[in-house]
Every structure is written in structure tokens, then in C-alpha cells.
Design a protein around this ligand. Structure first.
Ligand SMILES: *[C@@H]1O[C@H](CO)[C@@H](O)[C@H](O)[C@H]1NC(C)=O
Length: 244
């Protein structure tokens, strides 16, 4: 398709930034073409005249009969905006950064919002999946950075962290996610070396009660009870559930 200059339209629209090689939609079969400068705009042939349209706020032009509505699509679905700019800024409503789009939840890693014309609908990730802001969809926890990391594990995402004043229990960070661990029988957790060592240490004497009263194997990952589980309840933050 030969690219055309349509000076009349450029004057009519008063769009000085418009590039000269804008394709004329009236000379295409689809009667719709993308804007050459802005990815959230397109030209449609109306009564044999090219007319400029904005995509719904938050969407960018994908092509006739493509995208989610009016030929427009979520910008992350393809490289629609490569080498182009956005003409329009965001129009925000409650939970929606733009009128149309998919957005993270303010307080939950397992929830997210879908926005349609500024109306937000809460969505839930199931099966242990978390909302991934980059993929705009539910994903495995290991792919969702902000949510699996506990502040406990900020210093070393695979290190050990003391558990209060406990001499035999500690947190073991695994990829930023804390697991409660117990030192093998007769060993104590050393707050300096962050390892289970032969007592005594500065803080811990030789254990007075043998470990393994419930028959668990030394070093086995212990079952977390309700008071100890750091639940994922918010982006990057955890809380301990409290049954009291
Ligand atoms: C979007 O919402 C506004 C007001 O909230 C309404 O006037 C408009 O018709 C809606 N547009 C669509 C495409 O539903």
C-alpha cells in the first residue's frame, strides 16, 4: 500500500506533530490504519475522510477486529508501541491505573483487578499461584518477586535467621521465603555463625531437655503451627496469623 500525505486532514485536525508518511485509511481495504506517531491512536475512513480516533484509555491500537475492544488491545500483549509514543495519559479510578487494564491488588498477592471502562472487578489466583505484575496474570510464586520475599530474608535470601531467643529453632530462607527449622538434637542455633553448633554459645547453654520428644528426625523441617506461619497477605509483607 502506497503511503500518502493527506495535508487537508492534517490541517483539519491541527496535529502539527503528525508525520508526513501517515497512511490514508480510505486507501486501504480495512478502512482503518494505525497512527504513525501514537500507538494509542488510529485513523478510520468515515464518509471518505480519514478521522483520528483514540483507543479506550489504557489500550493501544492492534488492528481491525483485533485486541479486546474497538481494535485496541492491552499494550503488553505485543510490541504495538515500539518506536511510537502514547498520546494520552492515564485516567484512573479506584483500583484502576487506567480505565482499561489488569492491575495488581493493593494488599494481596493472590488477587488482582481487571478494569473495564474504569470499573474494577476483583480476580483471584487459585492453586497457590500469585499475581505476576509483569506477566499480568497468575504465575508460580518463584516468578513473583515482591510476594515470596519475607523481610526476614532481606539480608540473605538463602541464609538463616535467628527465631527470637530460641536456642534450637531458626528461620531458613529459601529463595526469600522463610521456613521454620529446628537444630539437630543436642545442637543449638548460634546467632553469630547462623548455624547449628555444639553448645554452649554466648546465648545458649547445653539443652536441658533432649530434642526429638515427638520422634522427629534431627534437622527435619518442623510443622508450622498457626502462630508461626508467616502468611502471604500483602505485596512483600507477611503477618503472623493470630488465633488469640
Ligand atoms: C464508560 O463509562 C462512562 C461513564 O462512566 C460512560 O459514559 C461511557 O459510555 C462508557 N463507555 C463504554 C464504552 O462503555
Amino acid at each position: 500500500m502506497k503511503k500518502q500525505i493527506f495535508a487537508v486532514v492534517l490541517l483539519a485536525v491541527g496535529c502539527s506533530a503528525q508525520k508526513a508518511n501517515q497512511e490514508d485509511p480510505c486507501k486501504t481495504k480495512a478502512r482503518v490504519v494505525s497512527d504513525v506517531t501514537y500507538c494509542d491512536r488510529y485513523w478510520e475512513c468515515m464518509s471518505n475522510q480519514p478521522e483520528l480516533y483514540d483507543c479506550p484509555n489504557g489500550l493501544v491500537f492492534a488492528g481491525k477486529h483485533r485486541g479486546v475492544t474497538e481494535g485496541c488491545d492491552y499494550p503488553w500483549r505485543s510490541n504495538y508501541c515500539e518506536g511510537k509514543q502514547l498520546a494520552n495519559g492515564p485516567i484512573s479510578t479506584e483500583h484502576c491505573d487506567w480505565l482499561y487494564g489488569i492491575f495488581g491488588h493493593e494488599t494481596s498477592c493472590t488477587r488482582y483487578w481487571t478494569c473495564w471502562n474504569g470499573t474494577a472487578t476483583e480476580q483471584l489466583c487459585i492453586g497457590g499461584l500469585l499475581y505476576n505484575e509483569n506477566a499480568h496474570s497468575c504465575d508460580w510464586p518463584e516468578n513473583v518477586d515482591g510476594c515470596q520475599k519475607h523481610p526476614l530474608c532481606n539480608d540473605d535470601s538463602n541464609g538463616n535467621v535467628p527465631l527470637g531467643k530460641s536456642c534450637n529453632r531458626y528461620w531458613q530462607c529459601q529463595g526469600g521465603y522463610p521456613r521454620l527449622q529446628r537444630c539437630p538434637a543436642m545442637l543449638v542455633f548460634d546467632r553469630r555463625s547462623l548455624r547449628c553448633v555444639v553448645p554452649p554459645t554466648e546465648d545458649c547453654d547445653i539443652p536441658t531437655t533432649p530434642a526429638s520428644v515427638d520422634g522427629e528426625n534431627p534437622g527435619q523441617q518442623v510443622q508450622l503451627d498457626d502462630e508461626q506461619v508467616p502468611a502471604i497477605n500483602a505485596k512483600g509483607t507477611f503477618s503472623r496469623s493470630n488465633k488469640n
